[in-house]
Design a protein around this ligand. Structure first.
Ligand SMILES: NC(=O)c1ccc[n+]([C@@H]2O[C@H](COP(=O)([O-])OP(=O)(O)OC[C@H]3O[C@@H](n4cnc5c(N)ncnc54)[C@H](O)[C@@H]3O)[C@@H](O)[C@H]2O)c1
Length: 303
């Protein structure tokens, strides 16, 4: 993959998956704007990328408000002359069950993930449309947004909204040659290492320097952050110019196309459905095989 001459912004790229994306894009030849809230990790990330022969600059800003989004687009243009790729990756968690979730838990997660994706994508789309040469918006979603997840009202809502925005923007930006896709990653990071079913295997792999076991890499699609980065580089490349409006899962040894939500069972009643008619026919009709909900709990073999 050759991204020479392209300029990318990756939000939340001081550590974790974002850092892996920034490093992979730079290794493929792109100039990268690294962003995070923490100046130390931004400096360190820029340092590692440049030490490896890549081009990078850093912007310390909290993604969410329009000002941060403008700052990122401006840095790309000021330092490298243009903007071709935006990866909206910055994220936080404030997990709590619904009845304990505070307004602040909800708002802060929605602000970084959903509003941050919106404001950054809007600023990037304005710039890419001015350039007139297309572009790439790569929005980071999550399995929680596709399925719902216990304790993640705020996060699941934001991540589902991100996929809906990707599908909307793929329609709106198609004529400008700007592709928009949602990536649904899974990787061992600070965010996932606390999941009880994953923790022992992640600790073991880190201690022994061995890969995660096959059941995690294949069944759960859990691997390293580098396992996810290849998809970001591919989507940024010319080879993906016709890939848009998709939600693509990646992690460990697994690459998957998430289905677009569509109607399952359908039934008709002439003149419409009364409550009684639905009640009479629900359990043997469209409700006979209800959909599952929630991310299935991972279980280690033999557990
Ligand atoms: N790790 C996984 O398995 C997984 C699964 C699904 C989705 N994701 C998503 O991938 C993204 C990265 O996750 P990660 O596991 O690398 O997490 P992480 O916590 O390791 O990294 C997230 C980074 O974003 C930064 N950040 C937080 N708020 C910010 C803000 N307002 N502006 C700029 N930067 C900010 C953090 O400082 C941190 O460096 C997130 O959007 C996350 O929801 C991760």
């Amino acid at each position: 993959m050759d991204l020479q001459g392209k300029v990318a912004v990756v939000t939340g790229s001081g550590r974790g998956l974002g850092l892996a994306y920034a490093r992979a894009l730079a290794a493929a030849g792109a100039s990268v704007v690294v962003n995070d809230v923490d100046a130390d990790v931004v400096d360190e990330a820029v340092g590692t990328i440049t030490a490896a022969g890549g081009r990078a600059t850093g912007v310390v800003a909290a993604v969410g408000d329009s000002e941060a989004a403008e700052q990122l687009t401006e840095a790309a243009v000021r330092e490298f002359g243009r903007l071709d790729v935006l990866v909206t990756n910055a994220g936080i968690l404030r997990d709590r069950v619904l009845w304990k979730m505070t307004d602040d838990d909800f708002d802060s997660v929605v602000k970084v993930h959903l509003r941050g994706t919106f404001t950054c994508a809007r600023a990037a789309a304005v710039r890419m449309r001015e350039q007139g040469e297309g572009g790439r918006l790569i929005l980071i979603s999550s399995p929680a947004g596709q399925r719902g997840n216990f304790g993640q009202t705020n996060y699941a809502a934001a991540k589902a909204g991100i996929v809906a925005m990707a599908r909307t923007w793929a329609m709106e930006l198609g004529r400008a040659g700007i592709t928009v896709n949602a990536v649904v990653p899974v990787a061992a990071t600070e965010m996932t290492r606390t999941i009880p079913a994953f923790a022992p295997a992640i600790e073991e792999a880190e201690r022994t320097g061995t890969p995660l076991p096959d059941w995690l890499r294949k069944d759960e699609g859990l691997g390293t952050v580098e396992d996810v980065a290849g998809l970001i580089t591919f989507l940024a490349s010319d080879g993906a110019k016709d890939v848009t409006g998709q939600a693509i899962g990646i992690g460990g040894d697994r690459l998957a196309l998430w289905a677009h939500p569509k109607e399952g069972a359908v039934a008709f009643a002439d003149g419409g459905w009364s409550a009684d008619a639905i009640g009479e026919r629900w359990h043997d009709g469209v409700g006979a095989e209800p959909e599952t909900y929630g991310i299935p709990a991972p279980t280690a073999p033999g557990a």
